[in-house]
Design a protein around this ligand. Sequence first.
Ligand code: SF4
Ligand code: SF4
Length: 186
Amino acid sequence: MQVIKISHSKNTDFMAQVERESGQNLSLCYQCGNCTAGCPYTFVYDIPVSKIMRLLQTGQKDAVLSCHSIWLCATCESCTTRCPNDIDVARIMDVLRHMARREGRVAERTVKVFWDEFLNSVRKHGRAFELGIVASYVGKTGRFWTDMELGPKALLKGKLAFKPHDIKGKQEVAKIFERFKEEYGG
Ligand code: SF4
Ligand code: SF4
């Protein structure tokens, strides 16, 4: 078990930044564990979501931003729905991913690559071009056999197009990405 010396490592700036960016009050969490009980990904998390909340309350920036859980979170919002204190826990997880990304701390590179390729596709076509995303993802990660068995099934059902279909007004979508880049540095 890892023992953290709070008196040495409490980062109050980090706590304030998480509260500011998420709009949530961290001190409301009383560690009931409901969020962890409902989280479908607890079985793969290195730190359960309620424990992440406790680490946030004690300002443990390094432990939180370097953990795998924030990248494995599916944003299903089960934690948010189950919190008796109306804390938007999923929003906090989202904010932590952004903070980790900005600081170049990516514990699950393949997850980041997938998100990047998904967003690149939406920026380019106004919607996701699934085959293009898969091709870029495989090219960058070398994971050729990931979900390979699903490809033929999806093709037979007409769920995978061979060419991208751009939406009308894709330029407007691209402008959203430009604005984000201007505000947050992409
Ligand atoms: S949003 Fe993330 S942390 Fe919350 S329950 Fe879903 S997977 Fe778990
Ligand atoms: S459900 Fe809410 S109060 Fe309970 S541990 Fe999770 S964040 Fe804290």
